[in-house]
Design a protein around this ligand. Structure first.
Ligand code: CA
Length: 236
């Protein structure tokens, strides 16, 4: 993959760059937010590794701004690096459009695992592109390749992050079933041992907020003590 690293700490930046190159990726590194945004806007990258606290433009604003861009620049998977680990910070990061986050300090093994997981999420849909078709979610249509959900006939459409799409897919593959947080983690994350079950709650929260306004009957219900169940809405 072609990876852009936006990290202002020179030693860490160098370390990340070397680790990515050892994993046979090509990596470019910039040290402030504005330069990062400029580079990312070229749409030439397969993945962004983005620090939260940056001079010029912080990672959260960069992420949000980039998500407004059309085409491949706006859709690029983003792994956010952060020293913050409160649930609200995590939600803020995912909400700004990050696909995953890693809390500092982290090991290079952990970073490698997250990058591989995101790669699988990107490469797999591309390989399946020929046979890719929309999945039905009650009154909504989900395109796993483009990661978009639309309401037929209305022109309304939202784009999901890699993680949101993986969680939605998980529900759609098990219609009517209650899924535990553990089951969702195992199916939607390739390395479930490094993320907590609260992450599932955060992603479900974001999915609800994006999809419920599109289709009034759509909801992801909490089933107390068990997990979640998708009620797709739409016509019976
Ligand atoms: Ca920093």
């Amino acid at each position: 993959m072609r990876i852009l690293i936006v990290e202002d700490e020179p030693r860490l930046a160098k370390l990340l760059c070397r680790a990515m190159e050892e994993a046979r990726h090509s990596a470019d590194c910039v040290h402030d937010g504005r330069a990062g945004l400029e580079r990312a806007r070229t749409g030439e990258y397969d993945l962004l590794i983005l620090d939260w606290l940056l001079p010029g433009l912080d990672g959260l604003s960069l992420c949000r701004t980039l998500r407004e861009e059309p085409g491949s620049a706006g859709a690029v998977p983003i792994l956010m690096l952060t020293a913050r680990d409160a649930v609200s910070d995590r939600v803020a990061g995912l909400d700004a459009g990050a696909d995953d986050y890693l809390t500092k300090p982290f090991s290079l093994e952990e970073l490698g695992a997250r990058v591989r997981a995101l790669e699988r999420r990107i490469v797999r849909p591309l390989r399946q592109a020929e046979e890719a078709h929309e999945m039905e979610a009650g009154g909504l249509r989900f395109d796993p390749e483009l990661r978009t959900v639309r309401r037929p006939g209305s022109g309304e459409e939202v784009r999901l992050t890699v993680r949101e799409a993986a969680v939605l897919e998980c529900f759609l593959r098990h219609p009517g079933q209650v899924l535990s947080r553990g089951q969702i983690l195992r199916q939607a994350w390739d390395d479930p041992q490094v993320v907590g079950e609260q992450t599932v709650d955060s992603v479900v929260y974001l999915l609800r907020r994006k999809l419920e306004p599109l289709e009034p009957g759509f909801s992801i219900r909490s089933v107390r003590g068990l997990g979640y169940r998708l009620d797709p809405g739409g016509r019976e």
